[in-house]
Design a protein. Sequence first.
Length: 537
Amino acid sequence: MNVKKWFKQTMPPLGSPCHGVVALIVILLFLTAGACQRKDTETSDKKRESILDQVVVIVPELITEIPGVTRWCDQLDLVKQRINVGDAELYVEEEGKGTPLILINGGPGGTHHGFHPWFSRAKDYARVIYYDQRGCGLSDFKPGENGYSVDQAISDLDAIRKAKNIDKWVVLGYSFGGFLAQYYTSNYPQHVAGLILLGASPGMWTDTGRSRQNQFLSDRERARMDEIYKQLRELDKKKNLSHREYIQLLVYNNHINGDWKRQGFYKPSRERIAQIALYEWDHDNNFNSILYDSMSRVDLTGAFAVNPVPTLILEGKWDLTWGKEKPGILGKNHPNAKMVIFENAGHGIYDEATEKFFTVLKDFIQHLPRVPDADIAAYKAFLNDWNKKRRKKEKESPDYFLKSIGWGQLSSKKLVERYSRSWLEKFKSPIDFLRTGFGLYDLENYQEALFVFERMQACAEARKDVDDKAVSLIWQGHMLDLMGKRDQAISRYRQVKEMNITNSRMHAQYGMEYPLSPYAAERLKTPFTRKENSSLD
């Protein structure tokens, strides 16, 4: 195995269950990060292809057999166990001695495998603990009585702490795991000796700027990935692929056709891409949509204003997941944190700027100050007050209220009970209009839902967001079909068909996934029939 070419690529959250296959790919990239080498020197870096080289390689045929590669877990000297957290067992690995360091991977839906083999470098000064979240990787796929959620995720994490007989540990969260690390700290600050945010999801309801993930992708690469979707759909019809098989082939084919450029800085080897596809994106059906829905209800703005826990923020200069404003926004929410920017790194950092990363990590862990119990007690009191203010804001602000609820039937009922047209004047995002329109649709108020979707169209046009405009027109057509106004519905569908958009949207609660313009063309032939919301929240 050519270890010097190993690479890891990751992908960020795009929002809600309303995002489609394109959002899924972004999520896939959230889980995987740039090229890796166990010996990462300036000389070797210069030989590695990066996004700055702008090399385009197209593989025209669909690869249906992913090369067999071995799990890192089977090659490293690790202590492996399964820990019972009450109603499920989680897969946990450990190596090294010293300060306990728990690693939280990205996603939602990623696995711990992405941290291998790099974090073995820390075993001389840290007790490195890896694990797969419930519903992912080698852990049980058991939602439990209340279903998957971020609250469940941090409760499971603390159950691991207890099982390991650890009082305080350093919590490192990568990407989506960065959100979980922050959320865990805001709930269990007394057990956090240090907080490390690595390319972390901000966890705030704020605009971090437009994602730059397409900045280095060529038109040819984007066109090839559109074709891959079509080829995979045809293959699925013939072979009835499992969810796991479909995702593995999607990840592998997209990556070899340039998709690594969305968040990575260095190009991965084929061997590394195979390992990413086979082992680093593995989760229960709809897990990512459910967890993103749950995460979207939490706003951590202001939660760390007086946080006494030593905090380290690590950002790659070429992390294109968010806009350029993101590091500053995250840093402002952690005023007592130290931030380090890595020049030749994307979303992953540890696998692209390995030497510098582990130098910074070692220094942080070995020089952690002890936080007085009185400071932790004061911070917990602050958090209690902060939560009260957050709940008050939720009651007073319609857009805040929308973000705090889910996309299921019960949330739709709550929404419609509070709904007023005055809300629409305060909305700034098409997602707010979409969620409101869905709520009215769920309660069969089609006329008012039509009005909301028309306002969504105006919002999307003002933002020059073509995809959201198409979605708003499609759902206007749906409402008109349900009201028996077929001619008007056809006019909406025809507009979307003529836009020639192949990007897809997925509404998991309705079991819908559709490419925008092709779907509109289908609706020109047959009217929309009502689909029930299958999510109960």
